[in-house]
Design a protein around this ligand. Structure first.
Ligand code: S3P
Length: 176
C-alpha cells in the first residue's frame, strides 16, 4: 500500500507454523524494510510472554491486547516501511480483518497443508498455548482457513524454504 510519504507495509497472516516470522524477517532484509512481529509488541506492552498472557489472563484478554497492538501499529505506519507478521489467530478475528481493510493494508496469506504446519511447529522450541495434538491442530486450522482466504493474496509455502517464500511474496506484490 503506497502510503503518504512513500512508506509502505505488508502484513503476513496464516496458521501456526506457516513461517510468518521467519519469512517476514527474510522479506524485511530483501526489501530493506523494518520487520515487526505483532506478538513481540503485545509481549512488550504486557511485560510477559504470550504463553504467560494465555495462562494468567486467558485468551479473551490476549485477543483484546492483540487488537489494541494492531491499532497502535497501524497508527504508526507513516514512520517507515515495514513487514509485519501477525500471530496465527489475529486474522481470524473479524475486527482485525476490518481494521486492516480500512487501512488499505496488503495482507498475504502464507498457506500450507495442516500436516506440514504441525510438523514445523513440533520442530520449533517455542511454547505455543494453542498447539495441542494433531487432531486439535487440524480442527482449528480448518475452522480458521476461510478467514485466511480473505487475504488479498495467497502464497503456498509447501516444500519451500524461507527465502524462496519471501522472494515469492515480494514478487506477488510487484516489489522485486
Ligand atoms: C496464536 C498463534 C501464536 C500467538 C498466540 C496465538 C493462534 O502466533 O499469536 O499463541 O491463535 O494461532 P504464531 O502463529 O506465530 O505461532
Amino acid at each position: 500500500m503506497p502510503q503518504a510519504g512513500g512508506h509502505r507495509a505488508v502484513f503476513l497472516v496464516g496458521f501456526m507454523g506457516a513461517g510468518k516470522t521467519s519469512v517476514g524477517r527474510s522479506l524485511g532484509r530483501l526489501l530493506r524494510w523494518d520487520f515487526e512481529d505483532l506478538d513481540d509488541r503485545i509481549q512488550a506492552r504486557a511485560g510477559r510472554s504470550v504463553a504467560e498472557i494465555f495462562r494468567d489472563l486467558g485468551e479473551t484478554e490476549f485477543r483484546r491486547m492483540e487488537n489494541a497492538a494492531l491499532h497502535e501499529l497501524l497508527s504508526e505506519l507513516e514512520t517507515g516501511s515495514r513487514v509485519v507478521a501477525l500471530g496465527g489467530g489475529a486474522f481470524a478475528q473479524a475486527e482485525n480483518v476490518a481494521l486492516l481493510a480500512k487501512a488499505g493494508a496488503p495482507v498475504i496469506f502464507l498457506d500450507g497443508p495442516a500436516e506440514e504446519l504441525f510438523r514445523r511447529c513440533q520442530q520449533e522450541q517455542r511454547e505455543r498455548p494453542l498447539l495441542r495434538d494433531a487432531t486439535g491442530f487440524r480442527k482449528l486450522y480448518e475452522q480458521r482457513r476461510p478467514s485466511y482466504l480473505k487475504a488479498a493474496r495467497r502464497v503456498d509455502t509447501t516444500g519451500k524454504n524461507v527465502d524462496q517464500i519471501a522472494a515469492e511474496v515480494a514478487c506477488s506484490m510487484g516489489l522485486e
